[in-house]
Design a protein around this ligand. Structure first.
Ligand code: PLP
Length: 369
């Protein structure tokens, strides 16, 4: 096979093209229009919340949720160390400090016991991340939040449709935040959404999203707001994708099942977890190799790339970044696991044959590492 297999690619059908054309032709190309309303209504219903509010991307959705909850300078927000940097950066934008908790070695999501250790008198919120499509263990997190009076913002950017004990992620915390970036489970190109049952939070976020303009007095602004709106064109793409979400998730699960079938019997390898209380949507198929260190991992990635197979390393722990680094600080599990993990091609268009071929290449390459 002489082809490049990407880690992910969006799936665009006639439906997406048709809806986007409709939006463009209607003239409603900016942030008003019926696709926005429809997309928000349907997404809220799907997640099981009363409200959903679209935004320009997942990072602005996180920032908007934080400021709407009153998070500000001097506060602390606990986030998992192993996540995409946007989770921590959104906290930093508010002036608050992201505090990095370690992850659970099995789910790779934030460890509730470590959250407890990182709480101080300044802690105001927790942002659990449902990493790579697997939900974080929400019950103990909600218990801690209740005990200490903290907000919980679920970062669902990688987990549309994932379930915790039968409940969709994004409906468990005070709010959920999703991303519709091009490589996410469904896409709007760039885009995001906040889901919540809290009317006050929804109204506040909606207000701040649109420059904090007074409802009764046009061009009157009592606070510093933002322009964090999604366009109707993006929402048209989003609605088409949303109408296919069950099929897309089904395919994700199928792809994982194929990998499991072909790689499941290699002793040093672990693939994505799925706890008995979880529905994993397998945003990215993950391979964890006990024998990897950073050097071996990078060599493995390079060799696969030479054969046309695109992979990605796991995220580096946020607390390793120059901007967040503190001398002597480590989270032992995060600092161990990130070196051993990579994401395998997980795009919608994969077939069983291609996955089988990728797995053969993986097996051959492992012998040389
Ligand atoms: C993608 C992602 C985001 C940010 O979403 P954007 O739409 O790219 O801004 C936030 N958190 C996590 C965990 C992500 O994977």
């Amino acid at each position: 096979m002489n082809k490049f297999i990407p880690v992910s690619e969006p799936t665009i059908t006639e439906k997406e093209i048709e809806y986007v054309l409709q939006a463009v032709k209607s003239g409603w190309v900016s942030s008003l229009g019926e696709f926005i309303t429809k997309f928000e209504e349907k997404f809220a219903k799907y997640v099981g919340t009363r409200y959903a509010l679209t935004t320009s991307n997942g990072t602005t959705a996180l920032h908007l949720a934080l400021v709407s909850l009153g998070i500000k300078e001097g506060d602390e927000v606990i986030v998992p160390d192993l996540t995409f940097i946007a989770t921590a950066n959104a906290v930093a934008y508010t002036g608050a400090k992201p505090v990095f908790a370690d992850i659970d070695p099995e789910t790779w999501c934030i460890d509730p016991d470590d959250i407890k250790k990182k709480i101080t008198s300044k802690t105001k919120a927790i942002i659990p991340v449902h990493l790579y499509g697997h939900p974080a263990d929400m019950d103990p997190i909600m218990e801690i939040a209740e005990k200490y009076g903290l907000f919980v913002i679920e970062d669902c950017a990688e987990a549309h449709g994932a379930e915790y004990k039968g409940k969709k992620v994004g409906s468990i915390g005070h709010c959920g935040v999703f991303s519709f970036y091009g490589n996410k489970i469904i896409t709007t190109g760039e885009g995001g959404i906040i889901t919540t049952n809290d009317e006050k939070l929804y109204e506040k976020a909606k207000f701040l999203r649109d420059h904090a303009m007074s409802k009764d007095k046009r061009y009157w602004h009592t606070e510093v707001g933002y322009n964090y709106r999604m366009t109707n064109i993006q929402a048209a793409l989003g609605l088409a994708q949303f109408e296919r979400i069950d099929e897309i998730i089904q395919k994700k699960i199928q792809i994982f099942t194929w990998y499991k079938e072909y790689l499941g019997d290699i002793p040093e390898i672990k693939l994505n977890p799925e706890k008995e209380w979880a529905k994993n949507v397998f945003w990215m198929v993950c391979l964890l190799n006990e024998k990897f260190n950073e050097e071996k991992r990078d060599e493995f990635i390079k060799k696969l790339k030479e054969n046309g197979i695109d992979t990605r390393p796991f995220f580096y722990p946020c607390s390793m970044m120059p901007t967040y680094k503190k001398d002597g600080f480590i989270n032992p599990i995060s600092y161990e696991i990130y070196k051993k993990g990579i994401n395998l091609p997980s795009g919608y268009n994969l077939t069983r044959e291609v996955v089988r071929w990728i797995c053969q290449e993986i097996k051959t390459t492992l012998k040389y590492i």
